[in-house]
Design a protein around this ligand. Structure first.
Ligand SMILES: Cc1cc2nc3c(=O)[nH]c(=O)nc-3n(C[C@H](O)[C@H](O)[C@H](O)COP(=O)(O)OP(=O)(O)OC[C@H]3O[C@@H](n4cnc5c(N)ncnc54)[C@H](O)[C@@H]3O)c2cc1C
Length: 361
C-alpha cells in the first residue's frame, strides 16, 4: 500500500539545499513545537501530526507531506515550507510541490470576512464580529490566532493572496497588497459562520487599530489562519497578558476544563478597561492597572509571573503574551533560570514599543 492510499493525499518537494543537515535540527524543533512526534530512521526523519504526516529524506533531499484531507495537506505544506524558508534563508530555497493538489491556487487558509457588528467592550477595547464561509478549519490545528489583512491608504482595494507553488501565500504587487496584523479569534461560531475579534484601540499611527476605529457593518477584510502554536493541555496554568494577550487569555479561561487550576495575571490601562470574563476554570485572576504608566513600561506583570513558584507538577504550563520586553523577562526566567522547555512554556511578544507590524515568532 502506498503512503498516499493510507493517508488520502500526498505530495513532495525537492530541496536543492547544500547544507540541509545544518538546518534540520531547527526545522525539526519547530515542527515538534506544532505538536508533531518526530522519529528518525537512518537518513529519514518522520513527523506525525494529528492531521497527517511529513518526512525529510536527507539522502535524496526531498520533503514529503501526506494527510487525510485538503485542509490537513495545506497545513502541512505550509508548516514545512515556512520552516525551510526560515531556517535555510541564506540559500534562498526554491520550493515547488508536486503530487496531490499541486497547481491549486485557492489558498485553503484564507477567508474573506464581512463586518456584521461593531461594539465597545471598554473605552479602548472594540469587539468586531465578522461573517465568512466555511470556518471549520479555524477550530482545527490548535492555533487561536489569525493574520488579518486590511486595506490601507496605499492599497484601498486590495487583492487577496492566492496559493503559491511553494505552498505559501503568493501576494499581489505592492499597490494592491493588503497589510497584515496578527489578532486572536476571541470567539468562534462555526455553525453560524461568525468570529469575534477584540481590537485594542491604542495610540499612534497604525493599521489594525486605525481600521478598527472606523470599522462599520459591510466592510471587508481577509483572514489567514489559524496561526500560532497549540497551547498544551495541562491541569495547572500560570498565565500573564496585557490587553493584546487578553483576548487569548479570556478565551482559554472560558473554554478550559472546569477542574483546571492556576493563576492568571492581567494588565490593563485602568479600572475602566477591566472587562468581564466568564472564567469556567479554577484559575485565579489578578488584575494590574497601569493607572497612567504608558503601555509597555510597567514591569509589574512580568514580575508577578516571575514571582510564582513553579509547581512540582508535570502537568503545568506557562503562557505569557504582552509587550516584547516583558515577554523577554518571562521567557528568560522560564527557559533560562528554571530550565523549562517549549513543551511547558510559551512567552510571546505580541507587540513591541515603537515598532509597527511585529509578528510574534
Ligand atoms: C499571536 C498574536 C495575537 C494577538 N492578538 C491580538 C488581539 O486579539 N487584539 C489586539 O488588540 N492585539 C492583538 N495582538 C497585538 C497586535 O498584533 C499588535 O498590537 C499590532 O501591533 C497591532 O497593529 P497596529 O496596526 O494597530 O499597530 P502597528 O502598526 O503594529 O504599530 C504602530 C505603533 O503602535 C504601537 N503599538 C502596537 N501595539 C500597541 C499596544 N498594544 N499598546 C500601545 N502601543 C502599541 C507600536 O509600538 C507602534 O509604535 C496580537 C499579537 C500577536 C502576535
Amino acid at each position: 500500500m502506498t503512503e498516499a492510499s493510507v493517508s488520502g493525499l500526498a505530495c513532495e518537494a525537492r530541496l536543492n539545499l547544500r547544507n540541509l543537515p545544518l538546518y534540520i535540527d531547527r526545522i525539526s524543533d519547530r515542527l515538534q513545537s506544532f505538536e508533531a512526534d518526530a522519529t528518525q530512521e537512518g537518513q529519514r526523519l518522520d513527523f506525525r501530526f494529528a492531521f497527517g504526516g511529513a518526512s525529510f529524506d536527507m539522502e535524496r533531499l526531498v520533503m514529503r507531506a501526506n494527510a487525510a484531507d485538503r485542509d490537513g495537506l495545506a497545513r502541512i505544506k505550509d508548516l514545512l515550507a515556512t520552516a525551510v524558508e526560515v531556517y535555510a534563508r541564506e540559500e534562498n530555497p526554491e520550493i515547488v510541490w508536486t503530487g496531490d493538489l499541486a497547481g491549486e491556487t485557492r489558498l485553503a487558509q484564507f477567508r474573506e470576512m464581512t463586518v456584521t457588528h461593531v461594539g465597545d467592550l471598554t473605552p479602548h477595547m472594540r469587539r468586531i464580529r465578522f461573517a465568512g464561509e466555511d470556518l471549520s478549519r479555524f477550530v482545527k490545528f490548535g492555533g487561536m490566532h489569525i493574520r488579518m489583512l486590511f486595506p490601507t491608504r496605499e492599497a484601498p482595494n486590495p487583492l487577496w493572496p492566492v496559493l503559491g507553488s511553494n505552498g505559501l501565500p503568493a501576494w499581489p504587487s505592492d499597490d494592491r497588497r493588503p497589510v497584515a496584523r496578527v489578532y486572536t479569534i476571541r470567539a468562534l461560531d462555526v455553525a453560524n459562520g461568525v468570529i469575534d475579534v477584540d481590537f485594542l484601540v491604542h495610540p499612534g499611527e497604525s493599521v489594525g487599530a486605525a481600521w478598527a476605529i472606523q470599522a462599520a457593518s459591510g466592510m471587508k477584510v481577509g483572514i489567514i489562519g489559524p496561526v500560532g502554536r497549540p497551547v498544551r493541555q495541562a491541569s495547572w496554568y500560570l498565565m500573564g497578558a496585557d490587553e493584546t494577550g487578553l483576548p487569548a487569555l479570556a478565551r482559554m479561561l472560558e473554554t478550559l476544563p472546569a477542574e483546571t487550576s492556576g493563576m492568571a495575571f492581567i494588565e490593563v490601562a485602568d479600572e475602566a478597561e477591566r472587562q468581564p470574563i466568564d472564567n469556567a476554570t479554577g484559575i485565579e485572576m489578578h488584575w494590574f492597572l497601569r493607572n497612567g504608566v504608558p503601555a509597555g513600561e510597567d514591569q509589574r506583570l512580568a514580575d508577578a509571573v516571575r514571582a510564582v513558584a513553579w509547581p512540582q507538577n508535570d502537568s503545568a504550563y506557562g503562557w505569557f503574551a504582552a509587550e516584547a520586553a516583558a515577554a523577554k523577562i518571562v521567557r528568560e526566567h522560564w527557559r533560562g533560570t528554571l530550565g523549562l522547555g517549549r513543551d511547558h512554556t510559551l512567552a510571546a511578544a505580541y507587540w513591541r514599543r515603537d515598532v509597527a507590524g511585529l509578528m510574534a515568532g
